[in-house]
Design a protein around this ligand. Structure first.
Ligand code: CTP
Length: 408
């Protein structure tokens, strides 16, 4: 993507350098526009060095500044696929919400047809001021996006809401706003299970497995990016992704309850969790001492979340499962597809611990029509995007087939 990073006056401007570098490392072309106040906190030279692109602003006297910016605002406005303002002051929000163009950045913001994204940062009193909130609401009503400011100790010493969102979240929001939305998934609620479950033996010991939850998190990001409203039910310790409603769970029973509470509202389910199939029959309330420890464990089955939700699904809901297999992959996966009543199963070869914690993975989709070409080997984030594109195509094929039946 071609991204304009607008930097207005605030201490958090130093974080914009990190954002510029992160975006450039992700393969984007990044051109920065500094306001005069922004240039008091960070120099054009820092930004050009990190992005390899010119830095723009209204003051031609400093370093890498571009002169004559008044001619360039239209060219820059057209060049951008996305304009992000980070940090954004109350002043810049107010100007743009009211159609004012008094410097290069506000002029570009007015002239561009690209998606605009705001990452505000200011004193909490200013942020909560009804005038600022009204301006922000107005910008959102124009279709602009926001990366909400966080809470904490602010530069002014006050504690409250107004801290610039962290750089990784801003980059996630840019990824979301920069991804085309897919008709068959846009606005639909998608429930995703991910991660390992943990079954306690006593307060310090658990039964679990080697899953990290990385693949389910990548799927949540990829479904989010194409417009799905993702609800992620997550086991394990990985951080929740930006822009995804996440419920943390520990045991299979908790995962089932969290899913059941959300299932009726969902268009579909993606069961990527590695659910522990057994749990200790009688977890001990206190730590079991070595001398009292049993020689063997009595285990009982945990609920099959995928099978339970699939058995109660309506005809308009779809269900995707995974099959982690180390042998006879397709045969085993086919029996899971049928036994659990799924629309598709994504077969994962886990022979020799492959896939768990690995950077690169391959998935083979299997539907009632048969085996589809494998997706991958790809990094988990690219693979998740491929899965989403593949599944959106299947949904469109289905919807078209249904339309043909209705209109013979
Ligand atoms: N699954 C589930 N709840 C369980 C077990 C599995 O929701 N208690 C889901 C997984 O998220 C996955 C699919 O079922 O989408 C298949 O999981 P897998 O571990 O491959 O198979 P199991 O059904 O557990 O069978 P087996 O361990 O015998 O292969």
């Amino acid at each position: 993507m071609q991204i304009i990073l607008g930097i207005t006056g605030g201490v958090a401007a130093y974080k914009s350098a990190e954002l510029a570098r992160l975006l450039a490392n992700q393969g984007h072309r990044v051109r920065c526009i500094l306001t005069e106040a922004g240039a008091r906190f960070i120099t054009p030279l820092t930004l050009t060095s990190l992005t390899g692109e010119p830095c723009y602003g209204s003051n031609p006297d400093q370093g890498e500044w571009r002169a004559n910016p008044s001619i360039e605002h239209i060219e820059l406005a057209r060049w951008a696929d996305l304009v992000v303002v980070a940090p954004a002051t109350a002043n810049m929000l107010g100007k743009t919400a009211n159609g004012l163009a008094t410097d290069l950045l506000s002029t570009v913001l007015l002239a561009t047809r690209a998606q605009v994204l705001w990452a505000p940062a200011m004193n909490s009193g200013m942020w909560e001021n009804p005038a600022v909130q009204a301006n922000m609401a107005r910008l959102l009503s124009f279709g602009h996006g926001i990366v909400e400011p966080g809470e904490g100790v602010l530069a002014c010493g006050e504690e409250g809401t107004g801290k610039l969102a962290d750089v990784a979240s801003i980059a996630e929001a840019i990824r979301f706003h920069g991804t085309p939305k897919l008709r068959s998934l846009n606005g639909r609620k998608v429930l995703i299970t991910s991660g390992p479950t943990r079954e306690d033996l006593d307060p310090v010991r658990t039964l679990t497995n080697r899953s990290t939850g990385a693949m389910g998190i990548e799927l949540a990001r990829a479904f989010r990016d194409v417009g799905a409203r993702v609800q992620l039910v997550l086991g394990g310790d990985l951080p929740a992704p930006w822009g995804v409603e996440t419920v943390r769970v520990r045991s299979a029973q908790q995962m089932l309850q969290a899913c059941e509470a959300r299932w009726a509202d969902s268009a579909g389910l993606v069961a990527a969790a590695a659910v522990a199939d057994q749990r200790p029959e009688a977890p001990a309330p206190e730590k079991v001492k070595k001398v009292q420890g049993p020689e063997s464990l009595a285990l009982v089955r945990t609920p099959d979340i995928l099978a339970t939700l699939s058995s109660s699904r309506r005809s308009d809901q779809w269900v995707l499962g995974f099959a982690a297999e180390s042998q006879n992959h397709l045969e085993q996966a086919l029996s899971k597809l049928k036994a659990k009543g799924l629309d598709a199963v994504l077969v994962n070869d886990v022979q020799g611990g492959r896939a768990f914690g690995a950077q690169v993975n391959t998935l083979t989709p299997l539907t009632h029509q048969g085996q589809h070409p494998s997706l991958g080997p790809l990094s988990k984030d690219r693979l998740a995007q491929e899965v989403v594109q593949w599944w959106a195509r299947q949904l469109e094929i289905r919807e078209n087939a249904q339309l043909q039946v209705i209109q013979p």
